[in-house]
Design a protein around this ligand. Sequence first.
Ligand code: AMP
Ligand code: GLY
Length: 423
Amino acid sequence: MKVLIVGSGGREHAIATSVAKSPKVDKIYCAPGNAGIGMIAECVPIGAMEFDKIVAFAKENAIDLTIVGMDDPLVGGLIDELEKEGLRAFGPRKNAAILEGSKAFSKDLMKKYNIPTAAYENFDNADDAIKYLETAEYPIVLKADGLALGKGVLICNDFEEAKEGVKSIMLDKQFGTAGNRMVIEEFMTGREVSVLSYVDGKTIKTMTSAQDHKRAMDGDQGLNTGGMGTFSPSPFYTEEVDEFCKKYIYQATVDAMAAEGREFKGIIFFGLMLTPKGPRVLEYNARFGDPEAQVVLPRMKNDIIEVMEACIDGKLDEVDLQFEDNAAVCVVLASEGYPVKYDKGLEIKGLETFEGKDGYYCFHAGTKEENGKIVTNGGRVLGITAKGADLKEARANAYAATEWIDFDNKYMRHDIGKAIDEA
Ligand code: AMP
Ligand code: GLY
């Protein structure tokens, strides 16, 4: 089989690593990929939003399966474009990817189908939003409706802050057209857990849980990032929590999408908050998380191609999804200054140390090859993942492996998985 993966981050490297393990696969392409993906796949210089070129490439090269890892092309309808040409593709169609593409849509869906989430109102003009905020309770949460690189959420402590927030989202368009509408919702407290799942339109099978660390600095300080590290499983995702979510959230979401005529096939990522009143949905994503994929996929026992094909064919009920009974931790090595301003093009040394080391993974995010050397090419550079018998061992292994790598400006958080100690 020939497989094409669309994307270029650590998540896509993790997907490619799993795909490469499948005995069904002869050849992997990645558009556009990165230096690490290039070691197991042929990278082709096509951007993830260049739909015409992706479709043409898939046709010309007789690609058997295209896997779309990123949110933008999914929300933009890349799966539909591929399917129009009779090509097989893994991911939700445009009318289902709206689950991630519009927060107002997802909130309305949850309300209509009684799926537990924060109380909210949607707004399409700034005056109404500000009027609502005059009598609201604080803190309160403002969310740009559309995709905003995970940065479109503002937590505001008082009316003045919230008013400025509405202005920046809706009038100054800080997040572009994503801010044409917005959601204002109740502030919740609790631990956050990410649960990713495979969905075939009817059946849903959840993967092992994970937790991300979104802020740039230790102690959850600093700016929001794409994610600075993850661990899996989450010790806070207990059987009781799982039971609640199975009863009120997972299948309910899949059924709700089907009932709306928006059959969802692909990955649903449930961003959950374990509040004192029980689990609540914070957000949905329509794809693997980054860097959640980097701790979840290495622990999956199944052939990823078999699972993805079962999703496409509506046969997920026949799959016995299994995960290893261990743990994994991923520490992101970033460039100092991320997410604001950072240098690129710095040589990365020590990558070869990972070769042949079972249970250790060096997933590339922002890297490229230049004159035979691998150099930094982004804010998040590498995701260092290690497994262990338990979370503590996995964390120790992952941090030990971060020392194998060296580049100028290397920056990481030192408290990834610290919450494990409180469990
Ligand atoms: P989202 O992109 O919706 O996941 O939001 C990004 C982050 O903002 C989440 O991971 C939470 O830490 C925080 N957040 C979002 N919604 C709420 C809420 N209703 N209450 C408290 N924190 C929230
Ligand atoms: N790590 C969060 C996300 O992928 O959205």
